[in-house]
Design a protein. Structure first.
Length: 180
């Protein structure tokens, strides 16, 4: 995976580190079997496939729905026809919310790679000034405004957090996690 090309050298270290995190996540997930993708830290917690699907879906949501970036087909990839979470509106549901349809390693890797491509394109194109551009979203009659830099940071912290969860689940089960 190439590093992100950014016109802002002071941001390149962060972008390169994030690209490396993505590569390590993909390398950890790609060889997993269906049973390994269903591993979870406790019965009531998300499995590996749910956490990884949530990561890709969050990227697609924030980049497409909030910032207006990327191919709508990538956002639609993470939508589901039904949810196993009581009371969750279908419009807010993603792969992780339909336990009746577990995702394979190949599906999850594809979703992560496709959502990463959108993110990578944005990071390579946006200047430091572009990161200050604000976008608004209205949900439930409430409008919230987000600068791009907040969304970028939120996605970075989200990827790091959930990537660590996946690595811990895999390592706790004798499998190779994200190899730093």
């Amino acid at each position: 995976m190439r590093s992100v090309s950014s016109p802002a050298p002071e941001l390149q270290l962060f972008y390169d580190g994030w690209a490396n995190q993505q590569r390590m996540l993909i390398d950890a997930l790609r060889p997993l079997t269906a049973d390994q993708m269903r591993l979870r830290p406790a019965p009531q917690m998300w499995s590996v496939w749910q956490i990884a699907g949530h990561m890709g879906g969050a990227r697609a949501y924030w980049l497409h729905d909030v910032l207006g970036e990327g191919d709508p087909a990538v956002r639609d990839l993470f939508r589901v026809a039904g949810t196993t979470v009581p009371g969750l509106p279908l419009e807010d549901a993603g792969w992780e919310d339909d336990e009746d349809h577990p995702r394979t390693a190949a599906e999850v890797v594809d979703g992560l790679e496709r959502s990463w491509a959108i993110l990578e394109g944005c990071l390579g194109r946006w200047t430091p000034g572009d990161l200050s551009v604000e976008m608004s979203r209205t949900r439930g009659g409430r409008t919230r405004t987000f600068p791009r830099r907040w969304v970028v940071y939120h996605l970075l912290e989200h990827d790091l957090h959930h990537g660590g969860e996946i690595s811990l689940i895999l390592g706790s089960n004798g499998l190779r996690g994200m190899d730093f």
